[in-house]
Structures are given as structure tokens and as C-alpha cells.
Design a protein around this ligand. Structure first.
Ligand code: NAD
Length: 468
């Protein structure tokens, strides 16, 4: 059993009390994490604040070189972190599971560390010179969810540090152990106080809420649900914090009539079911043209039959359990109500424990809660359409706007539709593919700001213009 500590300044802090992290596949105890007190959070923020002036003042090349070591630190411990991630999160070790996540974390760390923050010259003539500088903001608070905890931690930490900020990170109560290990590995090459981690099950006090309101935290980068994102925004208002909010999605996929159902089945499946559907930008509603609707359903059912659900430590498994009971109950309730209205093609009823079978439900009304709400689990509603205008309108009839996709052999036709979709990322003949140099973020209630690439890095800076 793992018994891990927080890292605050130059100290490892065991915490006065701890909380248990259970394996969603077995219900067994994976480990214990410290339950931070208000005092622990104060010390973490103070450590980050104290470390900020030196870190921000380092010559840029020096800071870049230190950040450049972080991917290697993660690589060193990748396999052991991946195993812990599988045990606390549930995802398989192989496939698009924990090793894939650790690989992604390294790729993002390496790329982000390599970015530059040049001074932009806006004017340089006889009238004068005007320069745009990007300066670090101060202490950045990072609050992460339980679905891709290590990768998202890196998405928050690396750009903040690269830009010269210091960080306090608070992982989800469901998946703190892999983050504690990843932060420990990174702290080995960082000056004390530059990166701090506090863990909590939100029972002693709500650490995320306290961070969002804390006067010495100058920016919050938050990934999680829309409801909590809204709370973060409210708490952050009095201190006018900078915010990057990466929130929920209800991504639509639109399949045009010219598709070959068999050829797209695998892409559709993984677009929806990656990480058991517990992915912000997974496809969560699928609109299929009437002429190929039944064939697409058949191809998806056939593909689903070969997908093995089980304990992620078993290397033959493709999908693990749902991560936690609250999420499991949400999926169960949405599927139960959809099952009464629609046609359950496969799955439907929960398995033992937190395991849930791959579930496909067709013939649903576009107002069914499984269609209008973010299910965040292994259940995909399939909606029949006859007029593509109707499908586009339904896809856009959502308060969310994270991702979307269009499937067709005619790339130009697909692109014309893609550009009409109200979402931050849109894919053609795939769904959910992201990369470190392409900005990622949501429109509407799916969030504010972007991560990745130069644009994501710059969100960790304040602009100062120098007129001379
Ligand atoms: P959540 O909102 O329940 O929790 C996220 C984090 O917020 C946790 O660390 C939690 O402890 C903390 N928190 C709880 N109360 C808080 C408060 N009052 N103030 C500040 N922080 C608080 O989300 P979750 O269930 O962990 O994650 C699933 C959600 O995250 C889904 O909606 C998913 O779509 C979204 N998500 C979005 C992205 C993206 O990039 N847009 C990526 C992954 C997940």
C-alpha cells in the first residue's frame, strides 16, 4: 500500500490525517494520501510565493533548461506511475490507457519546455520603439480532475513554470497518488517551492475553493465540470484572478451519407469510448444519416463485441471500470431513462461493482437526457437524421462547445460543416485527437481560454508594453 506525502517548499508533508484511495476495479485500498489542512495550503502558497521572485528572475535559457529536464524525470518513473494510475483511476495499462497517458505527459512536457516567449516589437521607427513583453503572473493554482490526472497535471504545470510562474497543484480526491508521484519526480530537478502539491478529499475543508479565493494565487487553471468551474469563477472574482477553465463537453459527431460504415466503426468507437467515455472531448452524441444509420449501428455493435472490459492491470483488457460511484450512478440513471425511450443495441445494464458494459442506444429523441447531458461514461446515444441542416442545428443546440466531428469521404464537404460547428476543436474522420502545438479549449459553457501551443503558454503571462 502506498502512503505518500505532499510536497510543500523543501519539505515532504505527511499530513495530520489521511484519506483512502480505492481501486475502482476491486474496491481494494491502493494507498493513502494526506488530507491537507488550511494551514498546509497556506504553507504551500507561501512557499510558492517565496520561490517566485528567484524563479521568475532566472535567465530564460536557464529556466528553459530546467523545464527541459521534466519530461526525462517523468520517463524515469513512467512505468511505476502508470501502474498506480491504473490502480486508482481504473484505466488499462496498455492501449490508450496509463502508459499512453504517461507517454502523452512526457510529450507535452518536452514540447512545452522547448517553447520561447519572445519580446514582440510593435513599432521601431523615428517616432519611437514599442515592445510587448510577456511576464510571469505569480503563483498559479492548478486544480485537476480524475480522468487523465497525470497528463492534465502536466498540461497545467509545464506552461506555468516555463513562463516563470510557481505552482501549487491540487489533484482530484479520486486520483491523488499518481499526481503525488509525478510531482515528486519533477521536484527532484526544480528549486524548492517552485512546484508544490497538496491533496485533500474535500472533507476537512474545500482546498479547491480556498485556492480559487486565495489572494496570493494570481491565476487558477482548472479542469473539471462546468458546475465547479462556475464556482471557481465566482470565488476568483474578488481577487481578479486570471483563469483558464477547461470544462465539460457534450461533443457531437455527424456522419454524412457517403461514409463506409465498416471503415469508420473503429474510429467512431474510440472517439466515444476512449478512457471509457470519461474524456472531456470524447464523442458523446452521434448523428447518423438515415440511409446508413442501421449499417453504422451494426458495425459499431460488431466492433463493441470484441472490446474487453475488466481490471486494467490485466494486459488483455481494453476498458476498465468507471472511476467512482457518483459517476457510475450518473451513467446508470441516464442509460436507464434512455433505455425506456430508445433501442438498446448492446449493453444497458450495469455489471458488477463499478464495471459498466459498452452501451449503444439508438432511436433516441434529441431531447433525451442521454443526448442533452454529459454522460461521461461508456454509453453512446445514436440519433437518426435525414437533413444535414437538422443535424448541424441539433449538434449546436447545446450549452457546451468543446469538440465535434464530421465523418465523410468528401473532405471539403465535411470541412464546410465542421466550420459551422460551435466548438473549440473539430475533427474530420476522427474525434478527440489532440497535440501539444494545437491550442485546445472550449467555447460557450465548456470553458474560457486555451491550453497547449504558444497560445496556451501565453495564458500564463501578463502583457507589459514598454514605450520608449
Ligand atoms: P469536478 O468539477 O467534480 O472536480 C474537479 C476538481 O475540482 C477536483 O480536484 C475537485 O476536488 C475540485 N473542486 C471541488 N469543489 C471545488 C470548488 N468549490 N472550487 C474549486 N475546486 C473544487 O470534476 P471531475 O468529476 O473531477 O471531472 C470530470 C469533469 O471534468 C467532466 O465534466 C469533464 O468533461 C471535465 N473535464 C474537462 C476537460 C477539458 O479539458 N475541458 C478535461 C478533463 C475533464
Amino acid at each position: 500500500m502506498l502512503d505518500l506525502s505532499m510536497i510543500i517548499g523543501d519539505q515532504t508533508v505527511a499530513g495530520t490525517t489521511t484519506f483512502d484511495i480505492l481501486n475502482p476495479a476491486t474496491g481494494e485500498l491502493v494507498g493513502k494520501a494526506p488530507n491537507a489542512t488550511e494551514d498546509d495550503l497556506e504553507r504551500a502558497v507561501a512557499a510558492a510565493k517565496a520561490a517566485f521572485p528567484r524563479w521568475a528572475a532566472l535567465p530564460d535559457a536557464e529556466r528553459k533548461a530546467i523545464c527541459g529536464k521534466l519530461a526525462g524525470q517523468l520517463e524515469q518513473d513512467a512505468e511505476s506511475i502508470a501502474r498506480v494510475l491504473t490502480m486508482e483511476q481504473g484505466k488499462p495499462l496498455g492501449g490508450m490507457g496509463s502508459r499512453f497517458e504517461l507517454g502523452g505527459a512526457q510529450a507535452w512536457a518536452g514540447y512545452t519546455a522547448s517553447l520561447d516567449i519572445p519580446v514582440k516589437v510593435l513599432q521601431d521607427d523615428n517616432e519611437g520603439r514599442v515592445e510587448l513583453h510577456r511576464k510571469p503572473i505569480g503563483v498559479v493554482g492548478s486544480i485537476t480532475p480524475w480522468n487523465w490526472p497525470v497528463m492534465i497535471a502536466v498540461w497545467h504545470i509545464l506552461p506555468a513554470l516555463r513562463a516563470g510562474n510557481t505552482v501549487v497543484i491540487k489533484p482530484s480526491p479520486f486520483t491523488p497518488l499518481s499526481t503525488l508521484l509525478a510531482v515528486k519526480a519533477m521536484c527532484e530537478v526544480l528549486p524548492a517551492g517552485v512546484l508544490n502539491v497538496v491533496t485533500s478529499d474535500d472533507t476537512l475543508f474545500n482546498v479547491g475553493a480556498a485556492m480559487s479565493a486565495h489572494p496570493d494565487i494570481r491565476k487558477i487553471v482548472f479542469t473539471g465540470s462546468c458546475g465547479t468551474g462556475e464556482k471557481v469563477m465566482r470565488s476568483a472574482a474578488p481577487t481578479m484572478k486570471r483563469l483558464t477553465l477547461e470544462l465539460g463537453g457534450n461533443d457531437a459527431g455527424i456522419v454524412l451519407p457517403d461514409c463506409d460504415p465498416e471503415a469508420i466503426a473503429e474510429g467512431l468507437f474510440w472517439g466515444a469510448f476512449i478512457n471509457n467515455g470519461q474524456t472531456c472531448a470524447a464523442m458523446k452524441r452521434l448523428y447518423v444519416h438515415d440511409s446508413i444509420h442501421d449499417a453504422v449501428c451494426d458495425a459499431l455493435v460488431a466492433y463493441s463485441r470484441n472490446v474487453k472490459v475488466g481490471n486494467g492491470l490485466d494486459e488483455t483488457v481494453h476498458l476498465g471500470p468507471i472511476n467512482n460511484k457518483k459517476q457510475f450512478d450518473k451513467v446508470r440513471a441516464l442509460v436507464a431513462s434512455a433505455g425506456k425511450e430508445g433501442n438498446v443495441l448492446i449493453g444497458g445494464a450495469p455489471d458488477e461493482g463499478l464495471f459498466y458494459p459498452v452501451t449503444l442506444i439508438s432511436e433516441l429523441d434529441d431531447q433525451s437526457p442521454l443526448v442533452t447531458e454529459e454522460q461521461f461514461g461508456p454509453a453512446l446515444p445514436i440519433i437518426r437524421y435525414t437533413d444535414v441542416e437538422e443535424a448541424i442545428a441539433q449538434a449546436n443546440d447545446s450549452t457546451n462547445g468543446l469538440g465535434g466531428s464530421v465523418w465523410s469521404r468528401d473532405i471539403e464537404a465535411a470541412k464546410r460543416i465542421a466550420l459551422r460547428m460551435e466548438c473549440g476543436s473539430v475533427w474530420i474522420n476522427k474525434h478527440g485527437a489532440i497535440q501539444p502545438n494545437a491550442p485546445f479549449g472550449g467555447v460557450k459553457r465548456s470553458g474560457i481560454g486555451v491550453e497547449f501551443g504558444e497560445e496556451g503558454l501565453f495564458e500564463n503571462t501578463d502583457i507589459q508594453v514598454v514605450f520608449q
